[in-house]
Write a protein that binds this ligand. Structure first.
Ligand code: LP5
Ligand code: MN
Length: 271
């Protein structure tokens, strides 16, 4: 088990949705990671780092910049962990024709299973992307089950890069259309799924993203108190109206406590 304690500093982020079409968000996130890395010992990226991921041959200046930064952080002694999300579940799954180096090797990051338990300053803490807790979204859960099967992934990865990018774009558009017809509560976590995960793993804290509803929740369940941190999504495009503030932020955990950093901090009440 990954154990974090003593003078360690762990930093968490999710849902950055990096893409060449949004250089503003990419620059902001890379800057934030650069700053946070001045005293971080562990960095956890909990899914949907990329807008989509079609295989480890995915091209792009933003991809290259992020890979370069993660490689530099790893080289500087920071332990970098990457969990796959629902947009980038193909990270480090290769491509059939890919003789080159995979995502984990290029970044020197460790890929994390979803979910993963870490010991965080004495508290067993469950890390997840968060989509597995959205059990009321039946259409999504069906798609999730299908697209996580190794057979489906293998057959998808056999397509050319151009075809895979086209599929990803079509699916992204379909996802936006399909979300417009869903009730907001279908796209949030389901309390019974949260309680079941806490019970199954015997944890008292949980950190996830995916829902884009940043918060610190306190749940009371049969096994006692559960604190659930929901990380924000990142959004700071260059062409942004002033009445649309940028979204994003990191969660920093040290012996001194849990500290949201960035715009989302203002929305989190003191414990
Ligand atoms: O991502 P977000 O926040 O918009 O919405 C998610 C759910 N949507 C997704 C899809 C991703 O956005 C796109 C993933 C791109 C991956 C690229 C690589 C693989 C390409 C594969 C190409 C076939 O995860 C959305 C949830 C929402 O979170 C909230 O939880 O509601 O779920 C959906 O919109 C899914 C629809 O409800 C059902 C989609 C059925 C799609 C059928 C296509 C089958 C294709 C497979 C056959 C080859
Ligand atoms: Mn997600």
């Amino acid at each position: 088990m990954i154990t974090i304690g003593g003078s360690d500093v762990a930093v968490f982020a999710a849902d950055v949705h990096l893409d060449d079409h949004d250089p503003g968000t990419a620059r902001w996130f890379l800057d934030a990671l650069g700053h946070a890395s001045s005293d971080a010992t562990h960095l956890f990226l909990l899914g949907d780092l990329f807008e989509y991921w079609v295989g480890d041959d995915q091209p792009g200046a933003t991809v290259d910049a992020l890979i370069g930064l993660l490689h530099a952080l790893s080289g500087g002694g920071i332990k970098v962990y990457v969990m796959r999300g629902n947009r980038d579940f193909l990270l480090d799954r290769g491509t059939p024709a890919h003789a080159g180096v995979g995502f984990a090797e290029r970044t020197k990051a460790l890929m994390l299973a979803d979910p993963t338990i870490v010991e965080l300053f004495g508290a067993p803490t469950l890390l997840l992307h968060g989509d597995s807790l959205c059990t009321a979204d039946l259409a999504y859960q069906e798609f999730r089950a299908q697209s996580r099967s190794p057979q489906w992934q293998e057959s998808f990865l056999r397509h050319s890069l151009a075809e895979r990018i086209e599929y990803a774009r079509v699916l992204r558009a379909q996802s936006e259309r399909s979300k417009a017809g869903k009730l907001p509560q279908w796209m949030d976590v389901v309390e019974s799924a949260v309680q079941a995960a806490a019970h199954a793993h015997g944890i008292g804290a949980m950190i996830h993203g995916h829902t884009h509803r940043p918060a610190r929740h306190h749940h009371r369940g049969p096994d006692g108190e559960l604190v659930r941190w929901v990380l924000p999504d990142w959004w700071a495009p260059e062409e942004r109206a002033d009445d649309h503030p940028q979204r994003g932020g990191l969660l920093r955990v040290s012996a001194g406590g849990w500290e949201p950093i960035g715009p989302w901090a203002a929305s989190i009440a003191a414990p």
